[in-house]
Design a protein around this ligand. Structure first.
Ligand code: NDP
Length: 444
């Protein structure tokens, strides 16, 4: 297994050298044999001391240190953070985006414009006209535009390091495995797949190809949610006891893939309820041992003939915390959670939204209840998660949200569905290792 930046070998390869080696290796690999001592392109990259342990040779020394500006604000105002330290564009990790739908066009591709370690170099789409337009808008070369049929040819493209899968859920497995076989690192949207078995196959394929796999759990890279997790785990408000969490919205198009079981795998649960599940696990740092669930779909509503409308479930954690979660596809948007602790509570409004998180806390102070908002600067969650993955590639680290994180959510979701079907609690006997995560992401 990898990594944590300590396993780098003593070779000293510049990016230019690496790229030329990668090209030769890929060409040889495509011809049925692997050159350069049997190393795959990503191993060469990972084993480059220059990349793994220190800034690449052609980055001027000190580029990664923030520029210190003259202070002028008084201490009574919120201070600005350190100046950003973007990598020079030529040194950034290069992404191919697969599937040009709402998330890719509205969030991910615009976010790449504000990344510091990542950039867009290729597109994959089944809609040539749309792709041509997007390519023109973002300056992507025609030869870096692929269809689903020509997707595997990405293996010959030396201008792509990462493939980011933004397709309907049931297509994730195929495109992750094909992408890994093309020798590219993989970032995959949530939910990771449509079953835990698929997740296992995806993890195995990436391990076999020696490429990194990360699941795009953006909330785990979001400052307010990270701060709440820190306060809970430090027991700032005493021992956490109970969590209420809900992520709900409405939808209107029964023809959309989200309402087709074969493409979505399920309804509200894997699409949005997953945020309650994943964020609870993240903030507690524990794995549920038992779940109990109810599910409901309004009879005759064409939106919910194949997938569930409402799912509500409880999870029991080893520390004794019980989380009460719900997700509905047929109500006005509402995304929040509250952690009740012995000496106070922490509340997150707009918890799982793309922006606008509001973190409130409460505790007793004498005869008063003191409620406080913790004001933090917002980030672009998509840029943060992509830059984390790029950082893992540049420094040969395991991602903070690796494939096993997605697998774990699928194991719990399967137990939730089983409980809703059978009308009784379901125990979870798996024993997930806390070491599955890579190091905490760097924050700027
Ligand atoms: P969209 O339906 O908007 O886009 C999906 C794209 O996939 C389509 O535009 C299409 O792109 C491509 N595609 C390929 N095959 C099919 C098919 N059979 N049916 C439909 N589309 C197909 O979905 P989203 O962008 O909302 O979601 C994509 C993924 O991102 C999902 O896994 C979802 O769960 C996840 N997601 C994550 C979010 C987050 O916050 N992390 C938020 C929203 C979604 P093309 O025409 O280019 O081929």
């Amino acid at each position: 297994m990898e990594e944590n930046g300590t396993a780098a070998k003593k070779e000293n390869i510049s990016r230019k050298d690496f790229l030329s080696l990668t090209g030769k290796t890929v060409a040889a690999g495509a011809a049925g044999s692997i050159a350069l001592g049997g190393l795959l392109p990503n191993e060469l990259w990972a084993q480059s001391t220059t990349r793994a342990m220190s800034p690449p040779a052609d980055i001027p020394p000190g580029t990664e240190d923030p520029i210190v500006l003259e202070e002028w604000k008084s201490a009574v105002d919120q201070q600005s953070g350190p100046t950003p330290t973007p990598l020079p564009p030529g040194m950034r990790i290069r992404y191919a985006i697969v599937g040009l739908g709402h998330l890719a066009l509205e969030e991910i591709i615009p976010a790449l414009g504000s990344c510091k370690k990542s950039k867009l170099t290729a597109l994959v789409s089944g809609s040539p006209e749309k792709m041509k337009k997007v390519a023109a808008q973002y300056g992507i070369k025609a030869e870096n535009c692929y269809s689903y049929q020509t997707y595997d040819q990405l293996k010959n493209n030396r201008e792509v390091d990462v493939i980011y899968i933004v397709l309907p859920n049931s297509l994730h497995k195929e495109y992750v495995i094909r992408g890994a076989k093309a020798g590219k690192h993989i970032l995959c949207e949530k939910p990771m797949a449509v079953s835990s078995k698929e997740c296992e196959e995806m993890i195995e394929a990436c391990e076999a190809a020696k490429v990194k796999l990360m699941i795009a759990y953006r909330i785990q890279y979001q400052p307010h949610n990270r701060k709440l997790r820190e306060l809970v785990q430090q027991k700032t408000f005493g021992v956490p006891k109970f969590i209420e969490a809900s992520n709900s919205q409405s939808s209107a198009n029964p023809a959309h893939w989200r309402h087709k079981k074969a493409l979505a795998g399920g309804g509200a649960l894997p699409d949005i309820g997953l945020y309650c599940l994943n964020t609870n696990r993240f903030i507690l740092g524990e794995e549920p041992t038992e779940v109990f669930a109810y599910s409901y779909s309004t009879p005759g509503n064409p939106l919910f003939t194949e997938v569930e409308e409402l799912i509500s479930w409880q999870m029991r954690f080893p520390s004794g915390v019980i989380a009460n979660c719900s997700s509905d596809y047929n109500v006005h948007e509402s995304r929040h959670y509250r952690v009740l602790c012995e000496k106070g509570w922490l509340n997150m409004d707009k918890a799982y939204a793309y922006k606008g998180q509001k973190l409130m806390t409460a505790k007793a102070e004498g005869k008063m209840e003191k409620q406080e908002e913790i004001g933090l600067a917002e980030n672009d969650q998509f840029a943060a998660e992509m830059d984390h993955f790029s950082d893992c590639i540049l420094n040969n680290k395991r991602p903070f949200t690796p494939g096993e994180e997605g697998l774990q959510d699928h194991i719990v979701m399967e137990a939730i569905y089983q409980s809703a079907r059978e009308g009784k609690p379901v125990k979870l006997t798996h024993n997930l290792k806390s070491t599955m995560r890579g190091p905490e992401p760097k924050t700027e």
